[in-house]
Write a protein that binds this ligand. Structure first.
Ligand SMILES: [Zn+2]
Length: 209
């Protein structure tokens, strides 16, 4: 499976033209362009404790002194969960704004489909690497190795959420007296039960941090 179900795509013309230092004004556009998921770990942004930030793909600390890129430049921004953003920080092994990765260390822009050639999602929802560069992103840049328990729970709870909503939509169009309705309702109830338990594991995990 892919880490992000849908490849994020930055728009050509962002809605806002922020003043210097106000790059976070791009957040609503980024949220939409990244389909409400973190560009790096693919986690859905709908859960408590996983607040989302605007990351500079090429780190600000690298380009700011030389002024090569504007801090508000949309093409350099990533919708990122705080865990990915906090682990990535100002890492940029090549030290050159034009070289995102070098000798299996560094990054792939999350809007580039090549990202999926280096990392993938296992059937249980956790993230694994495919290449040496993927491994560097996995354990050095984003610490997916240490975060995989939460990443897996977030993925599971979001899969259940989507299924429950799909079932509820289907139910709303069905005859409440029919056997099919009752069968589907049972299924939806089972899923909701699982959802609550996994969500509890997730909250216990966050509260233990
Ligand atoms: Zn993330």
């Amino acid at each position: 499976m892919k880490v992000r179900e849908k490849l994020p795509k930055r728009r050509e013309n962002p809605t806002k033209v922020p003043k210097k230092g106000k790059w976070s004004q791009h957040k609503p556009d980024l949220r939409e362009d990244f389909h409400c998921h973190c560009g790096y770990c693919g986690s859905y942004d709908g859960y408590r404790h996983t607040w989302y930030e605007v990351d500079h793909f090429i780190p600000k600390s690298l380009f700011e002194p030389l002024g090569q890129i504007s801090t508000e430049e949309y093409s350099n921004l990533v919708y990122s969960c705080k865990f990915c953003n906090n682990n990535k920080l100002s890492k940029w092994p090549s030290g050159d704004v034009n070289i995102p990765n070098y000798k299996n260390e560094g990054f792939i822009d999350p809007c580039n489909s090549d990202y999926d050639n280096h990392l993938y999602r296992m059937n249980n929802g956790s993230i694994m690497w495919k290449t040496e560069l993927g491994k560097w992103m996995w354990n050095t840049a984003f610490k997916f190795d240490e975060r995989n328990y939460a990443i897996k729970l977030l993925w599971e709870v979001n899969q259940l959420r989507k299924l429950i909503f799909a079932y509820s939509e289907q139910l709303s169009k069905m005859d409440e007296q029919s056997n099919d309705y009752r069968a589907l309702e049972e299924k939806a109830k089972d899923l909701s039960f699982k959802y609550v338990l996994i969500h509890k594991d997730l909250m216990d995990y966050y509260n233990s941090l």
